[in-house]
Design a protein around this ligand. Structure first.
Ligand code: ADP
Ligand code: ADP
Length: 226
């Protein structure tokens, strides 16, 4: 089964703005996939629907075969999401943030700490484990959000502009980390408006513009056309 299967997806916001005008998209299990498009194209809306933060207006979405209308909890367990905005308590400590998150998935503190240590070490945040999150730099916060998204070991990791505003060295180390977890079998979907980021990382790509998919191809084919 595909990691993501989207059919006829539409979103009209309450103010009447049609952000998605009927999207079809399939992401294979194990893929490293980019959703590329200019600001306002509908990338965040698509991700919001996949992570059930935004209600769709029409269409069908399946995550590893689980229809989000009928099997939302099963779908959610398969997904880890790294939002664009830093959205956790400024005062909670790094380790506690991860243990709390794990608790939402019924993972007890001992196992949560073990997993948290693994990801914090791999992401270069282990020394920060007892710091309140407000003490972290922007790039560290971004990495903490990645650790948090992985704590329940999802099969699919979705990242919204993961390296926006992150300096080049940290960006490279984040790319390397994402490549490693993809090699371990985690499907990765990221949105970006940098072609270079997609080119570096992704095997397949869809380009979205004004609420429609205008290209859906392999990275290799896309680069041939440019
Ligand atoms: P980005 O371009 O970085 O993806 P957006 O501008 O799309 O960010 O969204 C930032 C926040 O503002 C989101 O929470 C989004 O839902 C909200 N937002 C964006 N555009 C509008 C709009 N036209 N009306 C109301 N809220 C909006
Ligand atoms: P992207 O992530 O590609 O920048 P978005 O999905 O954030 O695009 O936005 C797609 C369109 O929907 C934009 O025109 C944006 O202004 C609009 N939009 C986003 N969020 C809202 C919202 N909460 N209310 C109204 N319009 C919104």
């Amino acid at each position: 089964t595909a990691a993501i299967s989207i059919r006829g997806l539409q979103k009209t916001y309450p103010n009447g703005l049609q952000a998605l005008k009927g999207i079809d998209l399939e992401v294979a299990a194990g893929d490293f996939f980019a959703l590329l498009g200019p600001n306002g194209a509908g990338k965040s809306t698509t991700i919001g629907i996949l992570s059930s933060l935004v209600n769709k207006s029409a269409g069908e979405v399946r995550i590893f075969g689980h229809d989000i209308d009928r099997e939302l909890m099963a779908a959610k367990r398969c997904i880890g999401v790294v939002p664009q905005e830093f959205n956790f308590s400024q005062f909670e400590k790094v380790m506690d943030i991860l243990v709390t998150q794990a608790g939402f998935y019924g993972i007890g503190p001992a196992l949560a700490r073990e997993r948290a240590e693994h990801y914090l070490r791999r992401l270069g945040l282990w020394d920060k484990r007892n710091e309140p999150s407000r003490m972290l730099s922007g790039g560290m916060k971004r990495r903490l959000m990645i650790a948090r998204a992985l704590i329940h070991q999802p099969r699919l990791l979705i990242l919204d502009e993961p390296t926006a505003g992150v300096d080049i060295e940290i960006r490279r180390s984040m790319w390397q980390f994402l490549e490693e977890i993809n090699a371990q079998g985690v499907t990765i979907v990221l949105t970006t408006h940098y072609l270079e980021e997609a080119e570096q990382l992704c095997r397949n790509i869809a380009i979205i513009d004004r609420g429609r998919i205008i290209e859906d191809t392999s990275m290799r084919e896309l680069l041939k056309q440019l």
